[in-house]
Design a protein around this ligand. Structure first.
Ligand code: G6P
Ligand code: MG
Length: 212
């Protein structure tokens, strides 16, 4: 199933390896509700893979609410506090179906492994769930200046592994992430719901379905 030229895997984090996409949604809704509005699960799809500040701006835009830059910073920080309350409950083994087995098997077969996530909390989550040691390189929200669908995060991941984009395969649950991979000249496998992911790629429910 994996083409022979592929030497490395680039994993998104939230929604691919761990179920934190749900925590992001809960924390953003809590913030929206505290401001007196709400947003839908369908709208939430547009927040996946998108940076913290950009996500807030989209939520405010949907509600037709304007906030100053200072207020936006405060609101994003409040959301992160609520998000981290949920993250801190995570423990070793709290990974999505098949994720840890897939990482282990990838290592055994000699594939290089990098993280390509927009999250500034990525390292903490990898540590808490016990999968940090599988990674040869970690590119997260602290290393990138451009949000997916810009390919920066994956291009940096490929570079950190010493591979060309053509030698990398990206695993993503967000359309913005799939678009980022394709824009970087990489192949991608979608994780999740086919209805939400486009781009002529393979979509599977979880890493359990990807055969190595
Ligand atoms: C990932 C998630 C997004 C999140 C972003 C920033 O890309 O899919 O929903 O907004 O990371 O995460 P952070 O943990 O830094 O707020
Ligand atoms: Mg994701």
């Amino acid at each position: 199933m994996i083409p022979t030229e592929i030497k490395g895997f680039l994993f998104d984090l939230d929604g691919v390896l761990v179920d934190t996409a749900v925590f992001h949604f809960q924390a953003w809704r809590r913030l929206a509700n505290s401001l007196g509005f709400d947003f839908t699960e369908k709208e939430n799809e547009q927040l996946k893979g998108v940076s913290r500040v950009r996500s807030l701006q989209l939520i405010l835009q949907w509600a037709g609410v304007e906030k100053s830059e200072a207020e936006q910073e405060e609101l994003a920080s409040q959301k992160n506090t609520w998000y981290l309350e949920l993250v801190h409950q995570m423990k070793k083994g709290d990974t999505l179906p098949g994720a840890e087995e897939f990482l282990q098997r990838s290592r055994d077969l000699g594939y290089l492994i990098a993280l390509g996530s927009a999250s500034k909390n990525a390292r903490l989550i990898l540590e808490k769930t016990g999968i940090l040691s599988y990674f040869d390189a970690i590119i997260d929200g602290n290393e990138v200046s451009k949000s997916k669908p810009d390919p920066e995060v994956f291009l940096k991941g490929a570079e950190a592994l010493g591979l060309s984009p053509q030698q990398c395969l990206v695993f993503e649950d967000a359309q913005a992430g799939i678009d980022a991979a394709l824009a970087g000249g990489m192949r991608a496998i979608g994780i999740g719901d086919l209805a939400h992911l486009h781009g002529g790629l393979t979509v599977v429910e979880s890493l359990r379905e990807v055969l190595l």
